[in-house]
Design a binder for this molecule. Structure first.
Ligand code: SAM
Length: 293
């Protein structure tokens, strides 16, 4: 029976672990797939400890690559589905994990996956990935649409993106990504990973973040409208709310925002304030639509 990864002090872990599929060092990383493979054992063990996969859990890894994380996930005994776009890597991965009943590979674009289809017996998924940085933002938005099927997500992203995800209002890193992700999830930045932990080394620092989907006591009444408001407001982040909402306000009664200071900049609005703003405007929107009919 496979066992879970032992709790290991990162200082004791091997400093460099070449994943089994990479041992001949012959694989040429493809830039178009954002391939920067983890080769630092300390970082790999730290990530696995943070995820702490358990027998009986259902994990889904996005972009297993050469298997740096995959090997540990398979060995933990969890049920593991992996989604990989690169045909060459998929063939190698299948050869490596052949005969492992808890491993299943899907050769598909992670941006096109119906994540709900992986759910069995209503068990929520734990999603993990050292994500290709070129698609990380659209992928995060795609995954948020499946948040009710997801227990948690652990991702390696550019540190700058993790800063934006976790940013409170009023900071220069606060923007559309912060509001939308914090609306849907608890965001917990975990630790930074240096470029030297990868091969080839990326130009920027990376960081691990944990996202846990939230159940909101007061959800937005119209999620599409909420996203539109946040998007419009941050298109010109230095401008006031009045400017950001110009197009939306055109269709609404002039006094609909009389209690809100339209001279404030969007970056000063907390997520809760955006929710209240969207729900408030939705009411007027529905009324003006009904009265037009
Ligand atoms: N997990 C490995 C590691 O940590 O060494 C590889 C990480 S590498 C940064 C990103 C991985 O995502 C690569 O294996 C790449 O082929 C894969 N990938 C890139 N775009 C993808 C997509 N749209 N769908 C699925 N996998 C993708």
């Amino acid at each position: 029976m496979p066992t879970s990864i032992p709790k290991q002090d990162s200082a004791k872990a091997d400093s460099t672990i070449i994943p089994p599929t990479m041992s001949n060092n012959s694989y040429q990383a493809k830039k178009r797939f954002g391939q920067n493979f983890l080769v630092d054992g300390n970082s790999i063990h730290r990530i696995i400890r943070a995820v702490n996969p358990q027998i009986g859990e259902h994990l889904l890894e996005i972009g297993p690559g050469l298997g740096a994380l995959t090997t540990h996930l398979v060995d933990s005994g969890c049920q593991l589905d992996v989604v990989e776009i690169d045909r060459d890597l998929a063939a190698t991965l299948n050869n490596t994990y052949i005969g492992k009943p808890n491993f299943q590979l899907h050769l598909i674009d992670a941006l096109k996956v119906d994540y709900a289809a992986f759910v069995k017996d209503k068990q929520k998924l734990r999603v993990i990935g050292n994500l290709p940085y070129n698609i990380s933002t659209p992928l995060l938005f795609h995954l948020l649409a499946y948040k009710t099927f997801i227990h948690d997500m652990h991702f390696m992203l550019q540190k700058e993106v993790v800063d934006r995800l976790a940013s409170p209002e009023g900071h220069k890193t606060y923007g559309r990504l912060s509001v939308m992700v914090q609306y849907h999830c608890h965001v917990e930045p975990l630790f930074v990973v240096a470029p030297s932990a990868f091969r080839p080394a990326p130009k920027v620092e990376s960081a691990i973040v944990r996202l846990r989907p939230k159940e909101r006591a007061t959800p937005v009444s119209d999620p599409v409208f909420f996203a539109q408001i946040v998007n419009n407001c941050f298109q010109q982040r230095r401008k006031t709310l009045r400017n950001g909402l110009k197009i939306i306000l055109k269709e609404l009664p002039a006094d609909c925002l009389s209690e809100i200071d339209l001279g404030r900049r969007p970056e000063t609005f907390s997520v809760e304030e955006f929710i209240r703003l969207a729900n408030h405007l939705s009411k007027y929107r529905n009324t003006s639509r009904t009265s037009k009919h």
